[in-house]
Write a protein that binds this ligand. Structure first.
Ligand SMILES: [Zn+2]
Length: 84
């Protein structure tokens, strides 16, 4: 078994920046909030919400519920790992 990293569209070749961007260490993350509505949408941010808990969010939900990008706020998901 090997681990490969898949970069998100638009983030090809980027290195993660601590506190700002992250390579998700599991398969492609999906938006928790879209998921609650039965929709599968790729998550672009792992971050805090104004309600408190952290969540994986798509751009739209991050705009609505996120508190920003940076240490303690959230990280952009620029890629994820795939086991094969
Ligand atoms: Zn969403």
């Amino acid at each position: 078994m090997s681990v490969q990293v898949v970069m998100a569209p638009g983030h090809e070749g980027e290195e993660p920046v601590r506190g700002e961007t992250v390579i998700w260490s599991s398969p492609e993350p999906t938006c928790d909030m879209c998921g609650a509505a039965g929709v599968r949408e790729r998550a672009t941010v792992d971050g805090a919400t104004w309600m408190g808990p952290w969540a994986c969010m798509c751009d739209g939900h991050h705009k609505m519920h996120g508190v920003g990008i940076g240490t303690g706020k959230g990280q952009r998901i620029i890629g994820w790992t795939v086991f094969g």
